[in-house]
Design a protein around this ligand. Structure first.
Ligand SMILES: Cc1cc2nc3c(=O)[nH]c(=O)nc-3n(C[C@H](O)[C@H](O)[C@H](O)COP(=O)(O)OP(=O)(O)OC[C@H]3O[C@@H](n4cnc5c(N)ncnc54)[C@H](O)[C@@H]3O)c2cc1C
Length: 423
């Protein structure tokens, strides 16, 4: 059986697919948005940087009601040595927002459903894409097809659209995330995400609703099965959690269900082909420490809607994805490792942030998606490496060679493969 023809078929009604469908329908296309499931609860993105909020405003997408969201003014980093927390506010007083993932997706699906020219179906699992035809299965096994001149693959990390292009999966496991939700607590810095170091991996604490706070523990890969038990997690991570939150943290870790998610990485090298564009996690993703997944996906959508050709879209997004990707990778490495070189680099980063307002601003411009230049990333990295080397008597004495090796291995091939400009 064939569904009616449409101008655009968007596969996946997650946050990025919904925004893609809304953006393309607002430009006058007839859009069909397809998903296999109704909105469910899962541990995923809850933080939108200011660039994402600006794009929603430009598209005329109303924000979720204030009773279910919080404003996000930046991050506060708690060094592992117990020294004062470091505040990294977004430049120019701007703010992003936080919202529980399922609340945000339900809201965006609601907006999509009310957009003229947009039809949303949440009972169809896409099985493959052949040329310009999407093949789907309905709940009871009935097959359907839908043809469209433009197909958008917004179907997340396990994307069928991506598989249909014959691309290798390319996902790499990085770590696990364990999370609990706290109620009735006050954060030391309300309005800020708290990144707390000193555990086996960073702990990220965010208010996600007026009455709820989320604590996420980044858990390095381990063969030790006991590592993931609640008493072990409390024991290993509690000291990194700010003292005022420890009783609630212990209580939730002991009595509530711990939510889990796998943190993976897939470099954003492939954006599809003419007639089939990949957006959001389907195009690639990085560790969630920098909370850039949805913002990056919304920026994909913005570029796709503006581009005159697929090549135009591919070129723009290829060059603009690398900076945020490297920042996420570098910060996760920096905040997770305890070898002397990483500790020296971390101390150098803290001291640069503490004394240099311009460096704090540069970090936040990179993080928020305002500045995606590799030049800025490289400058920040080299200034931190220089600081570490000065403190410890030279690059090799500090043991920074592996870090510089990582930089070379990460940047050089990607720049060459993508033809990325440094500016
Ligand atoms: C622990 C964790 C924390 C994170 N925190 C943040 C954060 O704070 N901020 C941030 O920006 N990002 C964060 N991220 C990343 C963020 O969750 C993702 O970048 C974001 O969800 C990607 O959106 P998407 O729409 O591209 O894909 P998804 O959210 O994966 O949505 C894909 C949709 O496609 C549908 N689908 C899949 N396959 C099919 C099929 N075959 N047929 C039909 N439908 C299909 C799915 O049902 C789903 O609705 C985090 C990720 C993790 C794991």
């Amino acid at each position: 059986m064939s569904l009616s023809a449409t101008d655009v078929a968007v596969i996946g009604a997650g946050p990025v697919g919904c925004v893609a469908a809304i953006a393309l329908a607002r430009r006058g296309s007839r859009v069909t948005l397809l998903d296999a499931t109704p909105v469910g609860k899962r541990l995923a993105g809850e933080w939108l940087h200011p660039a994402a909020v600006r794009l929603l405003n430009e598209l005329g997408v109303p924000l979720p009601p204030s009773s279910s969201r919080e404003s996000a003014r930046g991050f506060v980093v708690y060094p592992e040595d117990g020294s004062d927390p470091i505040e990294l506010a977004y430049p120019d007083g701007r703010s992003g927002l936080t919202c529980e993932h399922h609340v945000l997706v339900a809201w965006l699906r609601g907006v999509a459903g009310g957009t003229p020219g947009l039809v949303i179906r949440t009972d169809v699992r896409v099985t493959r894409v052949v040329d310009q035809t999407v093949h789907c299965l309905r709940q009871f096994g009935e097959s359907e097809t839908l043809s469209a001149p433009l197909i958008v693959g917004a179907d997340g990390r396990g994307s069928v659209a991506r598989r249909s292009l014959g691309l290798p999966d390319g996902r790499e496991a990085v770590s696990m995330m364990a999370s609990v939700r706290l109620t009735g607590v006050r954060l030391p810095f309300e309005g800020f995400g708290h990144v707390c170091l000193g555990g086996p991996g960073p702990v990220v604490i965010t208010r996600i609703a007026p009455d709820a706070v989320r604590i996420c523990l980044d858990i390095p890969p381990s063969n030790d099965r006991d590592f993931r038990s609640s008493p072990t997690l409390i024991h290993r991570y509690e000291a990194a959690v700010p003292a005022s939150l420890r009783p609630a943290f212990r209580e939730a870790m002991t009595h509530d269900t711990i939510e889990w998610a796998a943190n993976q990485r897939r470099p954003r090298r492939d954006f599809g082909r003419p007639g089939l564009a990949l957006v959001g996690d389907a195009a690639g993703h990085c560790h969630p420490l920098t909370a850039t997944g949805m913002t990056t996906g919304f920026l994909d959508v913005d570029q796709l809607a503006k581009s005159r050709s697929f090549e135009d879209y591919r070129r723009h997004r290829t060059s603009r994805s690398l900076g945020p990707e490297l920042l996420a990778e570098a910060l996760h490495r920096l905040f997770s490792r305890s070898d002397p070189a990483s500790l020296a680099l971390r101390q150098s980063v803290y001291s640069t942030w503490r004394r240099n307002a311009r460096e704090r601003e540069r970090t936040m411009r990179l993080l928020s998606g305002d500045d995606v230049g590799l030049f800025s990333f490289g400058q920040s990295f080299l200034s931190a490496a220089g600081g570490a080397a000065t403190r410890r008597g030279g690059l090799f004495a500090t043991g920074l060679a592996p870090w510089l090796g990582w930089l070379g291995r990460s940047v050089a091939p990607r720049v060459l493969a993508r033809g990325v400009s440094f500016l």
